[in-house]
Design a protein around this ligand. Structure first.
Ligand code: CA
Length: 552
């Protein structure tokens, strides 16, 4: 009978192992019922540069795949078209006049609830990799590695949760994806659902591509937008005084990759463009290794040779065209890397059988001008900056191949994710869950207008403060500081927004109706003239100018 206890022990061990495996299986099954959420956001990615919207500039097969297997929103927009305020709205589900982050400089009150905290409290595993650019470290994420501030394209530094800063050699878009895939594959707890934020720095200015993409795109030629040589006739003062014109405001070294010594050699470089001191050294000269420079320099040599040889004899029109091509070559090269890397992530989800129950969202923190109206940058309520890409996929719940024209906003994201994960959203969030639209229950969706408010003025690019209302058919905006001007655009008849019809008697009734609706929205979202003055006073009291706004 000596062997009995041994057999019993073996049996007990086997039983324990078996029941552990069963428990793990049960937990995995439970975890599967709640969706995983992957929020992919790029910085300044114009919808014009996604082929799901238009393929006139670039093919983005991987980003398109999200929309093809899910939903593409053609009227998705932001509530304040600038980086940190958009991020604050996404995290809090509140307009910027409520969460306080009305411009890039305004501090964020970190005692406010952000949606990752709600996921963490509900048992989700949470992580964030890439660019937050928010002024504070994220709350409610179990693990993060984020770029400090704007971060760098080449050999970027990352801030970790322990407070260390670590530099990683390589190209930022690839590295952010490596960190994300490493966490998904090796570090997360497979027993829990996850909410992951995968946030690209690209294609934010100064648009440094990877050496491979730089080489590939530098010889390409892109179609010019119809309004490249816009004279801003029939628009208000704000469009005429903004400083975001490709010819007059885009910098030679910081943006167009002309070396400072090449610029210095040229006797009559006109127009005189203000350069950001360090705008060449910081992102490139002081970051790239000798091996990397050996890849970049031959391409830079060609650009500089071209500039030196041809610029002096070019007309103003030719200079504009030259700058536009340089801009598109670099911007779209950065997009191409983003698209490749989104493909890596989608492939990983397929291989690891995570695709079906993972809600994948692709968006940008706002839109961007790709030469329309002669501009780069963002800020205005006009379409290219007001609208933002939004593609969403969740095979277990959403039908594939749907296009929605509904007026949806970044304000809605937090409540959408919370509803998808069956987590209760706080009462004071101001958006609406997009789940009815995503699950094709459109009758539950009643919104017909959105509210917009931009604040960062006076500041870099000099876009005046304005608020407004946008419907599918019209856009009404009030530029209330420095000037007191109203603008109305007929979105159907004038999609390029070239004619302000505010004073056109034919639109008198539309103006009355929209002004009434605008006031209703301001009451609904708790905005007011008193708040406008409060933020103007704060701006003047706290102003810290961006280095880009200083001469020298
Ligand atoms: Ca941005």
């Amino acid at each position: 009978m000596k062997t009995f206890p041994k057999q019993l022990a073996l049996f007990a061990l086997f039983f324990t192992l078996f029941s552990c495996a069963e428990k793990k299986k049960e937990a995995e099954k439970l975890a599967y019922e709640k969706p995983n959420i992957i929020f992919i956001m790029s910085d300044d990615h114009a919808y014009q540069a996604i082929s799901a919207y238009s393929d006139h500039l670039i093919e983005t097969p991987n980003i398109d795949r999200i929309g093809r297997e899910g939903i593409v929103f053609t009227n998705a927009c932001v509530s304040n078209s600038i980086c940190a305020p958009s991020r604050a709205t996404i995290l809090t589900g509140k307009h910027t006049h409520i969460n306080g982050k009305v411009d890039n400089q305004m501090p964020f009150d970190t005692t406010q609830v952000t949606f990752p905290q709600l996921f963490q409290n509900a048992g989700y595993q949470t992580a964030m990799f890439g660019k937050l650019h928010f002024g504070n470290n994220p709350k409610g994420v179990d693990e993060f590695m984020i770029l400090p501030g704007q971060g760098f394209y080449i050999n970027p530094d990352f801030i970790t949760k322990t407070g260390d800063t670590t530099q990683i050699e390589g190209y930022v878009t690839d590295i952010i994806t490596d960190l994300t895939l490493d966490w998904l594959d090796k570090k997360r707890d497979t027993l829990k659902p996850f909410m992951l934020m995968y946030l690209h720095k690209a294609p934010h200015r100064p648009w440094w591509p990877s050496p491979e993409k730089f080489k590939e795109f530098v010889t390409k030629e892109f179609p010019e937008p119809a309004s490249l040589f816009d004279d801003y006739k029939n628009r208000g003062t704000a469009a005429k005084t903004a400083e975001m014109n490709l010819l007059h405001d885009m910098m030679y070294s910081h943006d167009s990759k002309v070396r400072p010594e090449t610029v210095a050699k040229m006797k009559n470089v006109t127009p005189v463009v203000r350069e950001y001191k360090g705008g060449w050294e910081n992102p490139y000269v002081n970051r790239a290794t000798e091996a990397q420079k050996a890849l970049y320099d031959p391409i830079l040599d060609e650009i500089n040779k071209d500039f030196e040889t041809n610029w002096p004899s070019m007309s103003e029109e030719e200079k504009m065209k030259w700058k536009y091509q340089r801009y598109m070559q670099d911007y779209l090269a950065c997009i191409s890397s983003v698209d490749d890397n989104v493909g890596r992530l989608l492939d990983y989800l397929d291989e690891s059988k995570l695709s079906d129950n993972t809600m994948v969202v692709y968006t940008s923190d706002q839109g961007f001008y790709l030469g329309e109206h002669g501009w780069f940058d963002k800020r205005f309520i006009y379409d290219e900056s007001f609208k933002t890409p939004l593609l969403v996929r969740w095979p277990n719940r959403f039908q594939p191949g749907i296009t929605s024209e509904e007026m949806v906003q970044n304000l809605d994201f937090a409540q959408t994710f919370l509803e998808a994960a069956q987590i209760e959203a706080p009462e004071d969030m101001q958006g609406e869950s997009l789940m009815p639209l995503l699950t094709s229950n459109d009758t539950e969706w009643t919104r017909d207008a959105v509210y917009y408010h931009y604040y960062e003025y006076p500041a870099v690019h000099q876009v005046k403060r304005h608020y407004g209302i946008v419907t599918i058919d019209y856009k009404l905006a009030h530029f209330y500081y420095d000037v007191d001007e109203w603008e109305l655009y007929d979105r159907k008849k004038d999609p390029q927004e070239m004619n302000n019809v505010y004073d056109d008697p034919a639109y008198a009734d539309v103006v009355v109706e929209l002004k009434k609706k605008l006031e209703e929205l301001r009451v609904q979202y708790k905005d007011s003239d008193e708040l406008n003055q409060h933020y103007i006073d704060l701006h003047h009291a706290n102003r810290i100018d961006s280095p880009l706004n200083k001469k020298g």
